[in-house]
Design a protein around this ligand. Structure first.
Ligand SMILES: Nc1ncnc2c1ncn2[C@@H]1O[C@H](COP(=O)(O)OP(=O)(O)O)[C@@H](O)[C@H]1O
Ligand SMILES: [Mg+2]
Length: 159
């Protein structure tokens, strides 16, 4: 099954090229994805989230919600984007208490930094992005994990 799912590895020479790529992913999705963002501090996870939100038409400030765990964005049209930063999560149960289970539905996107901190408390991702330092730029590996994620990636690559 896995070999039918798309993956791509790209070099991003600047912050703006990563933002543009993420915006393009947003535009080619139906805004119903769970996206895991892996990578060390400074690798570009929040930059990806910012670009994705720009692609959704959101022009305001996007910061990592390090202390609040999640920042909700209500888009024109009624869909939601939830941007998680789980770096400081101690126990996945905190997420249960915060009531985040309600966030994972067909009317929303979840962009999740540090998903490994909440293993067992998150849904399966539709797409996994792995970001890594490479010289002055960043390497991004994008891997579809579900049919829905795969369809979005195929549209993105054809765009
Ligand atoms: N190609 C690139 N893509 C993204 N960020 C880059 C890139 N090159 C340099 N940077 C810098 O790296 C930092 C990435 O920060 P951020 O997106 O907050 O990372 P994270 O959320 O993974 O900790 C920013 O300061 C940005 O200017
Ligand atoms: Mg961040």
């Amino acid at each position: 099954m896995n070999n039918e799912l798309t993956s791509v590895s790209l070099f991003m020479d600047s912050e703006s090229s990563l933002e543009t790529f993420a915006a393009k992913m947003a535009k080619n999705s139906n805004l119903d994805l769970v996206i895991f963002l892996h990578g060390n501090l400074g690798a570009g996870k929040t930059t990806f989230a910012r670009g994705f939100l720009r692609g959704c038409g959101y022009q305001g400030l996007v910061k990592s919600p390090t202390y609040t765990l999640v920042e909700p964005y209500l888009l024109d049209g009624g869909k939601n984007v939830y941007h998680f930063d789980l770096y400081r999560l101690v126990d996945g149960e905190e997420l249960e208490f915060a009531g985040v289970r309600d966030y994972f539905d067909d009317q929303s996107v979840s962009l999740i930094e540090w998903p490994e901190k909440a293993e067992g408390y998150l849904p399966e991702p539709d797409v996994i992005c792995r970001l890594a330092y490479q010289g002055q730029g960043r390497q991004i590996d994008v891997i579809a994990m579900t049919t829905r994620g795969n369809e979005a990636m195929l549209r993105l690559l054809a765009d």
